[in-house]
Design a protein around this ligand. Structure first.
Ligand code: ADP
Ligand code: ASP
Ligand code: MG
Length: 542
């Protein structure tokens, strides 16, 4: 009986009884023990000879049973102690399955690279140089601390040096031309993952785990929508089979760059901010993996953003649908597209904490828990604007909706919420702030004649708003949830500007003033006792 059969709601590596570890033993301790260390405290394993580890290629082949994709986010590779924890987790997982790792850039690095790109565009050469100099020293500091072998350290410094030079050239070109194309922005912002993957791979090799860094430009084939590219799954599957599968057979653990891909002709693209989660599931689906685990800095998907609701609790199990709704409405823990590639195969996703690897985290399955009823979690997005197209003349303009949304689509604005009063005096919708300017310009162009003829009176934008979404697949058909939600908001004196509930009834979203967002989250969270593990514990039993 495998550990996961014994305890169906625990990740496969959580109760490694078959490997002789106790179920309460943290993964890191297990890894250290397997490497011949005492379990008390953490020992730096890098000084030990490679032969101290069971990680020769033969033992890899013997245990080549299942394929797991592990993704580590920015904080999990954010500094030297974090990378050591990440390597502990990878090492422990690799004792039980074939593992493919996807890594993000070190925390904050992508932001810095994008800042460098912006500075280059406006010709601020000095700022660009300063940013790149700091990034260089951050990465070489990490290399020096993590890598003991002088030879490997030298190789890594050379490799990272070449990558930095490439990025410097791109920034120089941008500075000279005063032009930043989406293609160049992608190339500059990709540097973080291209640096972190070789770093993690080398740190793993120091532990005696055969490993190689792979740029996802070799694996993830995308369209050319720079900054938000979409994968072609057939081509990606072919590449993953060709490049990754043989490595797994040989017992070599691939460390793949998250966030990036390339067009069929090899032009680098990025999948969008936070896109490494998506990279992991694209690769998981391409390899038909048994599981994908997203290792991050919180204990799973929580009942609300812990930065806003401190009493938020880990949800033991949720469905793809619920997780996707939460992600779409701002729960940063998952990129909104993360679950898409997995739908067909129904692959389980775990969200777990790299820094508390002993906790089981959240299990995301196609159906979710059959027991947990009602509202499960709250989420909120504040970087949105409310756009109103209005005026008495739009009554009876039958094409007003289609023209409005054609204009927003042309501006690539993702409409998050729509409401329209029955008199059709006003059409209100919510879009991300980042595309507000283009969307409003497109609307003004579309309705210019109607504005002249005073059929459309105004196109206004309110940026001081936020969407709060209450999510739960099994609140469908349960009377009273909306009533309780709005009742508590009334008692807290929070004014609701607009409401939307889809017919799927797994998400009630409402718009309120951004100043009320936190109050609303805290009040609804308390009302439904979402932080009470006891009340919601039924979800953990299959
Ligand atoms: P990573 O760098 O590992 O990809 P992110 O910063 O992208 O991590 O996502 C993790 C963060 O998401 C958490 O630190 C937390 O602040 C935030 N977050 C927002 N909503 C939630 C939620 N419902 N559950 C868990 N974390 C959430
Ligand atoms: N490094 C990228 C970002 O910061 C991708 C990721 O971390 O998921 O957006
Ligand atoms: Mg993330």
């Amino acid at each position: 009986m495998t550990p996961s059969e014994k305890q169906p709601n625990l990740p496969s590596d959580f109760s490694p009884a078959s490997d002789g570890f106790s179920s309460s033993e943290p993964l890191q301790a297990a890894a250290a023990r397997s490497a011949g260390h005492a379990t008390e405290g953490f020992v730096r394993t890098s000084r030990l000879p490679v032969s101290a580890f069971p990680h020769d290629r033969q033992s890899y082949r013997r245990i080549n049973k299942t394929v797991r994709v592990l993704k580590f986010g920015g904080t999990s590779v954010g500094d030297v102690p974090a990378i050591r924890k990440t390597v502990d987790v990878i090492q422990a997982a690799s004792l039980r399955s074939s593992v493919v790792v996807v890594v993000s850039a070190m925390a904050g690095v992508t932001n810095k690279l994008l800042e460098a790109a912006r500075c280059a565009e406006v010709g601020e050469r000095k700022s660009v140089n300063l940013i790149l100099k700091r990034l260089r020293s951050q990465h070489s500091g990490a290399v020096n601390s993590l890598i003991e072998s002088a030879e490997e350290r030298g190789r890594l410094h050379t490799k990272l040096g070449v990558l930095f030079e490439e990025c410097e050239e791109l920034c120089q070109g941008t500075t000279l031309l005063h032009e930043l194309t989406p293609k160049t922005r992608d190339a500059i912002s990709s540097l973080g993952e291209r640096l972190s993957a070789p770093l993690v791979s080398a740190a793993l090799k120091e532990r005696g785990v055969p490993s190689t860094a792979i740029e996802a430009t070799e694996l993830v084939v995308t369209n050319s929508n720079h900054g938000g590219a979409e994968p072609f799954m057939d081509l990606t599957t072919e590449r993953c089979e060709r490049v990754i599968r043989p490595l797994l057979r040989q017992g070599i653990l691939p460390i793949v760059t998250g966030f990036i891909g390339a067009t069929e002709s090899g032009v680098l693209t990025t999948l969008g901010r936070g896109g490494s989660d998506y990279s992991a599931t694209i690769i998981g689906a391409a390899l038909n993996a048994d599981e994908v685990t997203i290792w991050t800095d919180v204990d799973g998907v929580l009942s609300a953003d812990p930065r806003l609701v401190p009493e938020a609790a880990t949800i033991p199990e949720i469905s793809y649908r619920e997780a996707a709704e939460l992600a779409y409405f701002g729960a940063k823990v998952l990129h909104p597209k993360t679950l898409r590639p997995l739908v067909r195969a129904g692959i389980t996703v775990w969200i777990r904490n790299t820094f508390k690897a002993e906790n089981p985290g959240t299990k995301i399955t196609p159906e979710g828990s059959s027991e947990a009823q009602g509202l499960k979690a709250l989420t909120a997005i504040s970087d949105v604007v409310l756009v109103t197209v209005g005026g008495p003349g739009i009554v009876g303009m039958t094409d007003v909706l289609s023209r409005t949304f054609s204009a927003t689509a042309a501006a690539q604005a993702d409409v998050l919420m729509v409401t329209q009063s029955s008199s059709q005096n006003d059409i209100c919708f919510v879009i991300p702030s980042s595309c507000a300017k283009q969307a409003v310009e497109a609307l003004r162009r579309e309705f210019s004649q109607d504005i002249e003829r005073e059929k459309v009176e105004h196109i206004t934008v309110d940026s001081k708003v936020a969407i709060v979404a209450a999510v739960g697949q099994r609140m469908r058909g349960m009377a009273g949830i909306a009533g309780r939600t709005f009742g508590v908001l009334g008692r807290e004196d929070v004014n609701v500007i607009a409401i939307a509930q889809g017919s799927s009834q797994c998400n009630i979203s409402f718009l309120l003033a951004s100043k009320d967002m936190k109050t609303a989250l805290l009040a609804i969270h308390r009302e439904f006792q979402l932080g009470n593990v006891e009340v919601n514990a039924t979800a953990s039993v299959d």
